[in-house]
Write a protein of this length. Structure first.
Ligand SMILES: Nc1ncnc2c1ncn2[C@@H]1O[C@H](COP(=O)(O)OP(=O)(O)O)[C@@H](O)[C@H]1O
Ligand SMILES: [Mg+2]
Lengths: 223, 81, 753, 81
């Protein structure tokens, strides 16, 4: 099963995402920002990093890349997309997901092992988790505070579209401690913490993150 | 040479931790009359010649799509100098 | 605008006055330039010589001492590229080569902490990249003035944000470093940055311009007025002298540009498109062109007007001196230039052919067809002045060494309890996560150990599990009392930190931070340090692969403590076998391995009582080597292992407890001495009780003391069943210090995005 | 209510990576007439009542020490609205 990983100039976790896909049993295919070719992959991961230096707003410039035009069209037809960290920011800037990610409330870049609760295991990216499963994966970003207006928040909560929530000390001031959300259809998921850095306990705080990647592979096979 | 200025500020209802931190620091430093600070961005856009009104309109489009994220930010565009 | 000063004009106007003094050149140095050229230099030549002959670039005060590193060195098969290139390269087996190096960015970081530190990271990363390696991690040994001093609140948060801001954006995990406070660093913070890179043997690149007709390509960022005179003014002379008007002496970093430059360069290397390569750091194009040319036959022609500029008003002299960041210079065969440019285009990196390698032995630079530089490049790059500066042991030295350390050691239980809490909340010992949580340690997915572990440890090969460990250490307080022993002790500590995590020490780099070389006392500290380090490397059988010297870390007459930062690289065959620092579970036996003397000289406890004197402990390198052998041979016995250094047993055991929240009960006789002594050469280990005999046998065979002091478990530190401190109390004292000191420093954030 | 506006821009001779990135993006998106962009900060400072000229002077001090980093940035202070 082929899953694409997009590399933008400034992407950092693209190789890690590819490693996670392979570890989960999939085939990672590298996609280039400046091409609109999705190379017949069945799903896409937008990896973490600082696309274009994140100089304007995180993810803002990347959302105009040719590959994103293809991804937006496909995503609107149900194509699975996971945006991690910068990828989440790009998804918001592309309006595939509502809201925005803003400066952490402490104003610092924050790298730490973060406990999350999986709030929705119905999405193609989280189906392998038990409901309300608690996991531990790295969080690392400077602008991870999820913000949206009250109406959007009510919709997200009402439609059970909060995918994961921070547990314990609030890391960044996100509304309702939101760590990840999905679109209405559930195929597009944005997640601030980094599952691709938690695929083996040797190099991460746990191997909990691998389930995001096995989930999508199972969902795709089951189709 | 005239420049096009785009100012982008977070909407009032959106939390502004930077502005808050600056405000707290100012009060700590003794500027007690300060009741609040909002921090935003300012872009100075240069053009080859004096900007035409069409170009200003175009920049308004750029502000709306690129320079500001209208989900959380407001912007203004004007010519200066 | 000033008239262009050409070689022709210079030849015909020998009498013209030149501002060589303002550029930092001494009378005799200027005279030598005239002698080399057989005429006065043009203003462009003068610019080149002045930056390249600055202390920072020419090592003129340190050269004769640093020679020892080569002369005394053991022959090492592991050393693929030694001192002299941009960074040394060592063989770690399985076809892999690793390169690592430390560099200082002290003065710029005092002036503008964020950008100074950021560009420090950028510079060392380009050095590593230049060797043909993919950079895989950074570390940051730091020194600041007193933690509660107002200026430290400006400098530290800015430096940390700058290191994080740049390193995080490059995707380089930060795997360790140091933070130490001392008032001598108040006007002279030390910002040293280390970078590690990995490559295959066949990928090694050298800074060499060979083959007449090959092209000189400048690629990366455009050239601006950044840091003009930065090298000579900022790094070489004491503060105060102002650079040329309207030119920023501060360089601003663009980590995104560097990230793209790295990926672009690695793609270029992978296709074998360069003959030689050099990064542009201190002294910019002057350095890159003269060094590349002198590594070849010497012949090179550069068309300076082709250099893409960010600021059109720059003069040729300024272009030659500019230290704009994120630039590289490559030598490319004409048949490969199109492919080279295509890769640059793919990454949106601007690239310009600015010249070619020529026959002959002259570096010629023209500006719109006018010849403005014609020099033998070796005279610029390598044949700068060499000083044998006066050396004299400072008159205070014998006095401070003969001082008797007399600090109150706590006696009753309550006193000992509060002494422990006081020690672990000293900023030098306190938890540094306020700093390190601003650094990405996970990126690239190969970080096996990172701060607060004894060394950073990276997986190199996912299939064979081969890995490397890196640690940096210095103990400036001991160096102050005895620079010779201090250097040896620092190397020993760094090796111990490597072995503690399970890796075998393989090679050494260093960054020697000192006061003014024009002070004979400082030169004594320096020469003793170099002698100590060279002797220690010889004794331990480790090659020095490179390093950096930073002088003039001095405010008025007060120099910083002599601070040789030693970095050691180790190899571990299977990273899965690494030993972590923290107690992992209850029921393990805790042992103390190593020397059993009592040393308070230079300790944190003495420092907290304002005592800096006394005789430094002597390094026992034979003992250190045996201890390393025990640590490596006994690796599978150790559940955890943690080095004892600053803060002694008290600090170490608290750190081992707090890492995973596993308590300990220990039995000590002469409790205070045992807790606060800082005798070097010790490690705290925890083993399964069933392995007790094996450990005893092993340590016996290497004649290393091995003493059981307690067991793990519980939710407190329990000493002699009399002093009990809960993990919660330990944690509070240890972790609340940094947030309290630096938590509200908005200024650090001003510049970051 | 009147506000004090502080605008902080990088000095001209200082590299502005953010502005550069924005400028490049604008050109890529077809705003070809743009020759350069500088990105700076804008602070809106609220006070309890209409700012006095003394208060504006105080803010100038705050701008110099806190809001701007005068090693690399320039700033302007004015009252608006
Ligand atoms: N500036 C820093 N950057 C990254 N890691 C740091 C920094 N300062 C300290 N650390 C990490 O914190 C841990 C404890 O530091 P330290 O007490 O100096 O260790 P040691 O005594 O072994 O030299 C080490 O893992 C070190 O790498
Ligand atoms: Mg240690």
């Amino acid at each position: 099963m082929k899953i694409g990983v997009v590399t933008f100039p400034g992407s950092l976790d693209d190789r890690d995402a590819a490693r996670a896909i392979e570890r989960a049993g999939g085939q990672a295919v590298s996609l280039w920002h400046n091409s609109d070719d999705l190379k017949e992959v069945s799903a896409v991961v937008l990896p973490g990093g600082f696309s274009y230096g994140d100089y304007l707003r995180c993810g803002a410039i990347a959302s105009f890349a040719p590959i994103m035009q293809s991804i937006v069209i496909a995503a609107n037809h149900g194509f699975p997309v996971l945006g991690i960290c910068n990828g989440f920011q790009i998804l918001c800037e592309s309006h595939l997901l509502p809201g925005a990610l803003t400066r952490n409330h402490e104003l610092h870049f924050l790298c730490r092992d973060q406990k999350l609760r999986i709030e929705n295991n119905n999405s193609v990216w989280t189906s392998g988790f038990k409901s309300n499963q608690e996991i531990l994966i790295p969080l690392k970003n400077g602008e991870g505070s999820y913000q949206c207006d009250d109406a959007v928040l009510a919709t997200l909560e009402g439609e059970n579209r909060v995918i994961a929530r921070y547990i314990g000390e609030d890391p960044n001031g996100s509304r309702n401690l939101i760590a990840g959300i999905s679109n209405e259809r559930g195929n597009v998921v944005g997640l601030m913490p980094h599952p691709e850095h938690a695929i083996e306990s040797l190099t991460g705080p746990s191997d909990d993150g691998l389930t995001f990647f096995t989930s999508i592979l199972h969902s795709l096979v089951g189709r | 040479m005239a420049k096009i200025i785009v100012e982008v500020m977070l909407k009032d209802e959106i939390l502004d931790p930077q502005g808050q931190a600056v405000s707290a620091a100012m009060v700590r430093l003794g500027f007690n009359f300060v009741t609040g600070v909002r921090q935003g961005k300012r872009f100075e856009i240069s053009t080859a010649s004096t900007p035409t009104s069409d170009q200003v309109k175009e920049i308004e489009k750029a502000a709306e799509t690129l320079l500001a994220n209208t989900v959380i930010e407001n912007f203004t565009v004007r010519v200066e100098g | 605008m000033m008239k262009l000063d050409t070689v022709e004009i210079a030849t015909n106007s020998p009498e013209q006055k030149q501002p060589y003094n303002e550029l930092g050149l001494k009378d005799d140095e200027y005279a030598r330039i005239k002698e080399i050229l057989g005429r006065r230099p043009t203003s462009s030549e003068l610019a080149m010589y002045s930056v390249m002959w600055s202390e920072h670039c020419s090592y003129k005060s340190s050269k004769i001492h640093l020679k020892q590193f080569g002369e005394k060195a053991v022959k090492s098969d592991a050393l693929l590229v030694g001192i002299g290139e941009n960074a040394g390269v060592v063989d770690i087996g399985q076809g892999y080569a690793v390169t690592f190096k430390i560099e200082s960015h002290n003065h710029p970081s005092f002036i503008e902490p964020y950008q100074g530190a950021a560009t420090g990271v950028g510079g060392i990363v380009r050095d590593i990249l230049t060797m043909g390696a993919r950079p895989i991690a950074v570390m940051d040994p730091l020194r600041f003035g007193l933690a509660d001093a107002p200026d430290t609140r400006r400098v530290l948060p800015g430096v940390v944000a700058g290191i994080g801001g740049y390193g995080n954006c490059l995707g380089l995990p930060n795997i360790g470093g140091e933070i130490v406070f001392d008032e001598t660093y108040a006007g002279n913070p030390l910002v040293n940055a280390l970078c590690v890179g990995v490559m295959k043997h066949s990928d090694i690149k050298l800074a060499k311009a060979a083959g007449a007709g090959n092209l000189v390509v400048l690629y990366g960022a455009k050239t601006g007025g950044d840091g003009i005179g930065g090298v000579s003014v900022l790094a070489s002379e004491t503060f105060g002298s102002a650079g040329p008007a309207k030119r920023p002496s501060v360089q601003v970093g663009d980590p995104f540009a560097e990230k793209v430059l790295i990926e672009c360069s690695l793609e270029i290397f992978a296709e074998d498109l360069v003959v030689g390569i050099q990064d542009l750091g201190g002294a910019g194009l002057s350095c890159a062109t003269s060094e590349l040319a002198s590594a070849g036959t010497g012949g090179m022609q550069v068309y300076l007007e082709r250099v893409p500029l960010r600021d059109d008003s720059l003069t040729p002299e300024e272009i030659l001196m500019s230290e704009s960041q994120e630039r590289m210079c490559a030598i490319v065969e004409p048949t490969k230039i199109n492919r080279f440019l295509a890769i640059c285009k793919k990454w949106d990196v601007s690239a310009t052919v600015i010249g070619e390698v020529t026959d002959g032995d002259r570096l010629r630079i023209t500006w719109n067809n006018e010849l403005i530089v014609e020099v033998p490049p070796r005279t610029v790059a390598h044949e700068g002045p060499v000083y044998n500066r006066p050396i004299q042991k400072p008159d205070y030295q014998d006095r401070i060494v003969s001082e008797k350390v007399s600090v109150p050691l706590p006696t009753d239980l309550d006193e000992i309890r509060s002494a422990i809490l006081k020690l672990i909340s000293s900023p030098n010992i306190a938890d540094k996560s306020w700093v390190t949580s601003q650094y990405d340690k996970y990126v690239q997915g190969n970080t096996v150990l990172a701060q607060p572990e004894d060394s950073g440890l990276l997986r190199i090969d996912e299939v064979t599990h081969l890995g490397v460990a890196v640690s940096t250490d210095a103990n400036a307080r001991w160096s102050y009392l005895d620079p010779y022993e201090g250097a040896k002790l620092a190397l020993a500590e760094s090796c111990r930190n490597i072995a503690t995590t399970g890796a075998k020490p393989l090679a050494v780099t260093n960054c020697l931070n000192f006061g003014s070389p024009e002070d004979a006392g400082v030169m004594w500290q320096f020469s003793e340090t170099v002698r100590g380090l060279a002797d220690a490397c010889l004794e331990l059988g480790l090659p020095i692969t490179g390093g950096n010297v930073s002088f003039y870390n001095q405010t008025g007459a007060v120099a910083i403590l002599p601070t040789p930062i030693i970095g050691v690289l180790g190899v571990i065959q299977d990273v899965r076998a690494r030993t972590p620092m923290g107690f992992t579970k209850a029921g393990m036996d805790i042992y103390l391995l190593g020397r059993e003397e009592f040393t308070l000289t230079g300790s944190e406890w003495a420092y907290l009582h304002n005592q800096r004197g006394g005789a430094a402990p002597r390094a026992d390198l034979n003992h250190e080597a045996r201890l390393v052998e025990v640590l490596l041979a006994g690796q599978e016995l150790f559940n955890s292992a943690h080095d004892l250094s600053m803060g002694g047993l008290a600090a170490s055991i608290v750190e081992a407890i707090l890492k995973n929240g596993v308590g300990a009960s220990i039995e000590l006789s002469s409790t205070s001495e045992a807790l606060f002594s800082e005798t070097p050469g010790r490690v705290l280990v925890a083993i399964d009780p069933k392995n007790a005999d094996a450990l005893a046998k092993l340590s016996n065979s290497k004649t290393i003391n091995c003493k059981k002091i307690g067991v793990t478990g519980g939710s407190e530190l329990n000493i002699n069943n009399a002093i009990k401190i809960s993990i919660a109390d330990l944690s509070k004292s240890h972790t609340e210090v940094f947030p309290k000191l630096f938590g509200n420093s908005e200024r650090a954030n001003r510049i970051s995005a």
